[in-house]
Design a protein around this ligand. Structure first.
Ligand SMILES: C[S@@+](CC[C@H](N)C(=O)[O-])C[C@H]1O[C@@H](n2cnc3c(N)ncnc32)[C@H](O)[C@@H]1O
Length: 425
């Protein structure tokens, strides 16, 4: 049928996600875990997620394009329909189909159907002048709660480069269970990165890629793969993964041949570790519990991937700057320090502790290590452990850790923001 809506389910679901993220401060990952897209088939689900993510990345530009055509800001749901359509129209979407579907979405809404005329009129204007305006607008800025501490920690040009990386989104990286060259070859066109991860530019459906069913690899950002590589677990070593779920690092440790104990507070997330281990044919002892109360060991090595602001993952979680407001970071910083102190009590004398966070904030990285060194005489940082293929000198920090940012490796597609340091007791 001519002019029929092509993706009504995906667009409706994407707007629903935007309503919850922007209206209620919910995180996309929580909404997905709660089944927000379960009614859709896998292709529509992926499309809804992509539409919501694209809209969140381009939100500032979409609002500026729309502002020219709106006398006042309409109700959030209408605004989100307009935002989603604006991003599509300004990034090559078919004007006729996009406008029609936006109007259909509003027309089908009990209380808001009277707004369909406005939606139609505004989007016709956006279709005509939006695409040219889009590219002239600045790359969307981070909100103040995050931009201010980042500019203070780095500098404005660096933060602008990070914002460009957030706007560009992230490629998909894989970690091979055994042979990275073989995985790169099997996945067709996968590039082997200097640090050993495999980078896919256009992965398509992940579970349909060669090697998924046999567990030859798992999805893990190149930056997130480094803490376990630096910890360098040896066959037979007793290694504790203290905040393990969903298990990317647990699998690296198990693949290295270590006797791994994986612990996480969340039972639901721990199930994902077990599923991941089952798919990859790797083994670990899985425990659900509070890291602060764990009393096992002593261990040869511990990996502490502590809960944090997750501000290093914005390329892949563009909802984070909008859903969060910076509240709770002080509590996370205190929790990270308490976890680090407790982890040290579980180590064998001379054992290794990898502390890492997927945060861009030095308070959750460099400062944690400086403060831990001050609290624990005899504790040292093993900067020598960072001498691995692909790790660049300029990523190293004064106290002996590694600071990774989304704007590094810009030509290769960036990497997640991360901090890591290897401590020796
Ligand atoms: C950054 S994620 C870990 C990612 C994981 N290491 C990986 O590579 O897949 C942090 C984890 O800490 C867990 N967590 C939060 N508080 C905890 C606590 N008190 N004890 C144990 N785990 C906790 C969360 O459930 C979450 O899974």
């Amino acid at each position: 049928m001519a002019n029929a809506p092509r993706h009504p389910g995906a667009r409706r679901a994407a707007v629903h996600l935007l309503d919850r993220i922007l209206g209620e401060g919910r995180m996309l990952s929580d909404l997905l875990a709660a089944g927000a897209l379960d009614a859709l088939d896998p292709a529509e689900r992926a499309r809804a997620q992509r539409l919501a993510a694209d809209t969140l990345r381009g939100l500032e530009r979409a609002d500026r394009v729309l502002k020219r055509h709106l006398r006042k800001t309409p109700q959030l749901h209408v605004m989100n329909v307009l935002r989603l359509a604006t991003v599509e129209l300004c990034t090559g979407g078919d004007a006729h189909g996009v406008v029609n579907e936006a109007v259909t979405l509003i027309a089908g809404h009990k209380r808001l159907s009277a707004m369909k005329g406005l939606v139609n009129a505004v989007l016709r204007k956006v279709a005509s002048d939006g695409p040219a305006a889009w590219d002239r607008l600045r790359v969307p800025h981070l909100p103040k709660w995050l931009r201010a501490p980042l500019v203070a920690a780095y500098d404005a040009p660096t933060v602008a480069r990070m914002e460009a990386a957030h706007f560009a989104g992230a490629p998909t990286d894989l970690t091979a269970r055994d042979d990275a060259d073989a995985v790169a070859a099997a996945t067709g066109g996968g590039a082997l990165l200097p640090t050993g991860s495999i980078r896919l530019r256009e992965p398509g459906q992940i579970s349909a890629l060669p090697g998924y069913a046999t567990g030859a690899w798992w999805v893990q950002d190149a930056a997130a793969a480094l803490p376990a590589r630096i910890l360098a677990a040896q066959p037979g070593e007793a290694v504790l993964d203290l905040c393990a779920a969903p298990g990317g690092k647990t699998m690296q440790l198990a693949a290295a041949g270590a006797e791994v104990t994986a612990l996480d507070l969340s039972e639901t997330r721990m199930k994902r570790v077990q599923e991941n281990l089952a798919r990859t044919g790797l083994a670990a002892t899985c425990l659900t519990g509070d890291a602060l109360e764990h009393q096992g060991g002593p261990y040869d090595a511990i990996l502490l991937d502590a809960p944090c602001s997750a501000t290093g993952t914005i390329r892949r979680h563009p909802d984070l700057p909008h859903a969060r407001d910076g509240a709770g970071i002080a509590e996370l910083i205190a929790l990270q320090a308490a976890m680090l102190d407790h982890a040290l009590t579980l180590l064998k004398p001379g054992g290794r502790l990898m502390f890492c966070t997927c945060s861009l904030l030095p308070d959750e990285g460099e400062c944690q290590i400086e403060e831990a060194l001050a609290r624990h005489p005899g504790l040292s940082v093993d900067a020598g452990a960072l001498a691995l293929p692909g790790i660049e000198q300029s990523w190293r920090t004064e106290e002996g850790g590694l600071r990774l940012r989304p704007d590094l490796w810009a030509e290769q597609g960036g990497m997640d923001g991360f901090y890591m340091a290897l401590l020796r007791s």
